[in-house]
Ligand binder design. Structure first.
Ligand SMILES: Nc1ncnc2c1ncn2[C@@H]1O[C@H](COP(=O)(O)OP(=O)(O)OP(=O)(O)O)[C@@H](O)[C@H]1O
Ligand SMILES: [Mg+2]
Length: 154
């Protein structure tokens, strides 16, 4: 586990750039947790910018999935909020496909998936501190992404 306090959006941008650098070659499957307005989508946007995505990155709350193909690696961004628990079961197999291969997949509101996502992943917990201050806590689940966590610590 590793934890970063970001006192401003600019701090979060630096963290996102570092994370982007670590995942841009081989891809990553990432679950984001945290209350409404914590900074999950903000982090995805900043990683997308760092990867060189040219399209406008928006929250997929209403569409469930946004995808971006203008960087050197494809980026998929799910928001499961509207699906809730029952709906997530219906896309569990699809999510598994997105967890494999050289692609980057972010999943917001993955708590709705309750054990439906047993594969290796990076979990990011975003905590709201006050106005512009946030805590980003990273955890590798499974062996696959331990090196990414190690890279973040350096
Ligand atoms: N240090 C910071 N890091 C990240 N976001 C910040 C920071 N300071 C302020 N913000 C602002 O906090 C807001 C976070 O909103 P965001 O849409 O990312 O939340 P979310 O976690 O995706 O919420 P939801 O559950 O509704 O999808 C943004 O407006 C962002 O600009
Ligand atoms: Mg969001």
């Amino acid at each position: 586990m590793c934890k970063f306090r970001c006192e401003s959006l600019d701090d979060t941008k630096k963290l996102a750039s570092k994370f982007a650098e670590l995942i841009k070659e081989n891809g990553c499957f990432i679950n984001l947790f945290g209350e409404i307005g914590a900074g999950k989508t903000a982090f995805v946007k900043l990683v997308a910018d760092a990867l060189g995505i040219k399209e406008k990155v928006t929250s997929p709350s209403f569409v469930i999935l946004n995808e971006y193909h203008s960087a050197s690696i494809p980026v998929y961004h799910f928001d499961l909020y509207r699906l809730e628990n029952a709906g997530v079961k219906t896309i569990a197999d699809e999510l598994r496909e997105y967890s494999e291969g050289k692609q980057i997949t972010f999943v917001e509101w993955a708590e709705f998936s309750q054990g439906e996502l047993p594969f290796d992943r990076v979990e990011i917990n975003v905590g709201y501190e006050d106005d512009d201050s946030r805590v980003y806590e990273f955890r590798a689940v499974g062996d696959k992404y331990i090196n990414i966590l190690e890279g973040l610590k350096i």
